[in-house]
Write a protein that binds this ligand. Structure first.
Ligand code: NDP
Length: 244
């Protein structure tokens, strides 16, 4: 896939580990200036050692005021990847206020806040832009103990469409990627017993989960001009799960 991001500046949230980290590496390898935003500073230090020139911002995106201080004056951004999320598992009947508030603040409210900062800058500069929200296939299907997490991703589907509708006239595209299980620290938490991964894989038509690289490739496609007429949409990276 030939992609050209030269001259653009990208911001990736949740850049310390997993999908966000590999997205930063891929954009950096393509010559894009990148701002990597995450919560654990040691992750950001090692990332900037691997990718010299990457700017880093250490902030808890669940904290509105801290995020405003950290990113309010971030400067020009052309490409945004809203990837940071937290996964706290509870069955519906045991959902607590703390888990509900924390999860919605990190997974959804920060997407609104960071996208507002970035989109206002794009509009002021009169430049086009692309925003990718990293969602999940659980926006569309249910899994045990993911009531709150899945609700944030379901709401993200609506938010992606609303942002696409309101920002489209400014030539800002907004889309999502919706992966199945991807081998990262987050999925290790969800696959709670050894047989679960095997049984779940068997329910996927392709008999596998998605790789981090598969998700990153879809993010890059949606960020790039190769998807110039796509907005308000979502790419399933689900090994066929929703077709099964
Ligand atoms: P990881 O847990 O591997 O990485 C998440 C990154 O986000 C970490 O660097 C983490 O930092 C950071 N982060 C989390 N909370 C905050 C916060 N409050 N402020 C700033 N940074 C934060 O997750 P994945 O790479 O697996 O997930 C990336 C995205 O992909 C998420 O949106 C997730 O919902 C989605 N997804 C993942 C799937 C999977 O199976 N892995 C499947 C479907 C979707 P720290 O470690 O310091 O908290």
């Amino acid at each position: 896939m030939w992609l050209n991001f030269s001259g653009g500046r990208a911001l990736v949230t949740g850049a310390g580990k997993g999908i966000g980290r590999d997205t930063v590496k891929a954009l950096h390898a393509l010559g894009t200036a990148v701002i990597a935003v995450s919560r654990t500073n040691t992750d950001l230090v090692s990332l900037s050692e691997q990718c010299p020139g990457v700017e880093t911002v250490c902030v808890d995106l669940g904290d509105w005021e801290a995020t405003e201080r950290a990113l309010g004056n971030v400067g020009p951004v052309d490409l945004l990847v809203n990837n940071a999320a937290t996964l706290l598992m509870q069955p519906f009947l045991e959902v607590t206020k703390d888990v509900f508030d924390r999860t919605f603040n990190v997974n959804l409210r920060s997407v609104v806040q960071v996208s507002q900062i970035v989109a206002r800058g794009m509009i002021q500069r009169g430049v086009p832009g692309s925003i990718v929200n990293v969602s999940s296939m659980v926006a569309h299907v249910t899994f045990p103990n993911l009531a709150v997490y899945s609700s944030t991703k379901g709401a993200m589907t609506a938010l992606t469409k609303i942002m696409a509708a309101e920002l489209g006239p400014y030539k800002i595209r907004v889309n999502s990627v919706n992966p199945t299980v991807v081998p990262t620290a987050m999925s290790q938490k969800a696959l709670t017993y050894p047989d679960l991964a095997r049984k779940l894989k068997e329910r996927h038509p392709l008999r596998k989960f998605a790789e981090v690289e598969d998700v990153v490739n879809s993010i890059l496609f949606l960020l790039s001009d190769r998807s110039a007429s796509t907005s308000g949409s979502g790419i399933l990276v689900d090994a066929g799960y929703l077709a099964s």
